[in-house]
Design a protein around this ligand. Structure first.
Ligand SMILES: Cc1cc2nc3c(=O)[nH]c(=O)nc-3n(C[C@H](O)[C@H](O)[C@H](O)COP(=O)(O)O)c2cc1C
Length: 144
């Protein structure tokens, strides 16, 4: 299985989730490639079985500009996008929580549930990430 993890992170939370996903997949024997949005040269999503795309949410439910640029640069809607996000319910409650991730999933018509992590994934949310990943991999295998 070929997997790309693309993410944007300013203060490290989304990067932590991305790393957690990468470590989990490595333990499953899957080699992962990385794309730091806004830094690395874009890789073709079509080359991968799955592209994990992670973003935080900004400015009352907004998607960061770098992620919008990434979407434009990709230029089409790959069918293999798996979306995850971090956010903080203190910025507008459940309505705005991880809204950028929700918007991306809707845009890409992702067939996978969106993972939403409140701030840092450390602690009880690690369990949530693992369960989500197991579901994603089961789902992906059923498509393979
Ligand atoms: C100015 C500002 C606005 C934010 N607005 C939202 C928001 O509308 N919804 C949300 O879920 N989180 C919001 N957040 C929280 C961030 O998305 C959250 O801290 C995230 O984990 C940061 O990701 P990073 O550490 O990868 O940069 C906001 C944070 C800041 C500083």
């Amino acid at each position: 299985m070929r997997i790309l993890i693309a993410y944007l992170s300013y203060s490290g939370n989304t990067e932590e989730v991305a790393s957690y996903i990468g470590e989990f997949l490595n333990k499953e024997g899957v080699t992962v490639e990385w794309h730091r949005i806004g830094i690395d040269v874009l890789k073709d999503p079509a080359y991968y079985d799955l592209v994990f795309l992670g973003t935080f949410t900004w400015d009352r439910g907004s998607t960061p500009d770098e992620v919008k640029d990434f979407v434009l640069e990709v230029g089409y809607k790959p069918g293999n996008m798996v979306i995850f996000g971090t956010g903080d319910t203190q910025f507008g409650g459940d309505d705005l929580f991880c809204r950028a991730a929700d918007k991306l999933a809707r845009f890409y018509e992702s067939s996978f549930p969106v993972l939403k992590v409140e701030q840092s994934p450390r602690g009880s949310q690690e369990n949530k990430i693992e369960q989500w990943l197991e579901g994603v991999l089961d789902n992906a295998k059923s498509y393979a």
